[in-house]
Write a protein that binds this ligand. Structure first.
Ligand code: ZN
Length: 138
């Protein structure tokens, strides 16, 4: 998984918005203008489901500049309920508690804070969905 590519795509991550092919129904995230399945350019905006499962994940112990406060952070490949795959940062969890196949849901979280003017950027991240039994224990 390419971390630099992940951060470049932040605007789409903020909206959690993809594009759907009118011809064949393929959903792309990040959005593309040309369908990778059938080559059609008839792509329409598609809001992605906010829940999915972890397909695979990686723990990053070094962070890009301005992201050090999140070190170490976890980037996961998530399969959403409609079958769309996306790479996302996991939040509200520790690396040792992550499992492949775990249910996750989208939440809005702080991504970056600009030291000079105090601008704070938010984006979707995913966190594990708590099962009812676990909630009772807390
Ligand atoms: Zn298509």
């Amino acid at each position: 998984m390419q971390v630099s590519k992940f951060w470049r795509e932040l605007p789409q991550r903020y909206r959690l918005e993809g594009k759907k092919c009118v011809q064949c129904g393929k959903v792309c995230f990040p959005p593309r203008d040309i369908c990778p399945s059938c080559g059609s350019d008839q792509m329409v905006k598609a809001i992605l489901p906010k829940r999915g499962k972890i397909v695979t994940y990686t723990v990053m112990y070094t962070a890009p500049a301005n992201f050090e406060i999140f070190k170490p952070y976890i980037i996961a490949l998530v399969q959403l309920e409609d079958g769309t795959h996306l790479t996302t940062q996991l939040t509200d969890c520790k690396p040792e508690n992550i499992e492949i196949g775990m249910d996750v849901e989208a939440v809005i979280r702080k991504i970056n804070e600009d030291g000079k003017d105090g601008i704070i950027y938010y984006a979707y991240k995913f966190r594990p969905v708590l099962k009812k039994a676990e909630k009772k224990l807390n």
